[in-house]
Design a protein around this ligand. Structure first.
Ligand code: DC
Length: 213
């Protein structure tokens, strides 16, 4: 069983996907972390994430790049990830790993929840259930602001909103697997929902998809 969860940054898709995985007893893959490891690995080596050749090499050598969680989750890693993610050769290098995880997730589980930008459209077009999780730019910026404030003690709302808008623009308008709602995906707008309500709604949508199989 495969559940695909796509959507823009800070929409709540990661938390929702993790909770769905626990609820249905499935493996979980956060594909954004793969792009973050490629992009941030380059930044740490002093490389430019926009350098297509070096980015491809970094993606092909990804299994050798382990980074601490705080480095992967940083805003700098998110921005670098969004740049390398527009590179078709990087996406191709990461595709087999993602599809391998989907068809054969580690552990004694009967499937996987995979979150990202192109899971329902490119990586797992035949997924049993597809969610497209979104929220207004203001709501997503506020969530990220509160998260950063808690983690780092300071945050700049205006900068966060501008960075999210720039990432939305890059992720949705690139030619390589842009962020787009799959035709058969259910839309889940979390703008007015707290996380518990969003997870409850996600479960209801997935149950409805599974009942139709
Ligand atoms: O989900 P995230 O914020 O961790 O993703 C970081 C960046 O990686 C995002 O701006 C776009 C890119 N990405 C992608 O293009 N395709 C995916 N499946 C996952 C992430």
């Amino acid at each position: 069983m495969i559940i695909a969860v796509d959507g823009p940054a800070a929409s709540g898709k990661g938390t929702i996907a993790r909770r769905l995985a626990t609820h249905y007893g499935l493996g979980y893959l956060d594909t954004g972390s793969l792009y973050r490891r490629v992009g941030m690995g380059m930044v740490l080596r002093g490389e430019d994430p926009a350098d297509e050749k070096l980015a491809k090499q970094a993606a092909l050598a990804l299994s050798a790049t382990e980074l601490p969680d705080e480095q992967i989750r940083s805003e700098q890693a998110g921005a670098a990830a969004s740049i390398v993610a527009a590179n078709q050769a990087v996406r191709a290098a990461l595709r087999a790993y993602q599809q391998g995880f989907a068809s054969n997730p580690p552990g004694d589980v009967k499937g996987a929840v995979i979150d990202g930008r192109d899971i329902g459209t490119v990586i797992c077009p035949g997924a049993d259930a597809k969610l497209f999780v979104t929220a207004s730019l203001e709501t997503r910026a506020e969530r990220r602001y509160l998260e950063l404030l808690k983690r780092e003690g300071a945050a700049d709302y205006t900068q966060i909103e501008a960075d999210l808008a720039a990432r939305d623009e890059r992720d949705a308008n690139r030619s390589a697997s842009p962020l787009i709602q799959a035709e058969d995906a259910c839309l889940l707008d979390t703008t007015k929902l707290d996380i518990e309500a969003a997870v409850a709604e996600a479960k209801a949508l997935v149950d409805a998809c599974l009942a139709q199989r």
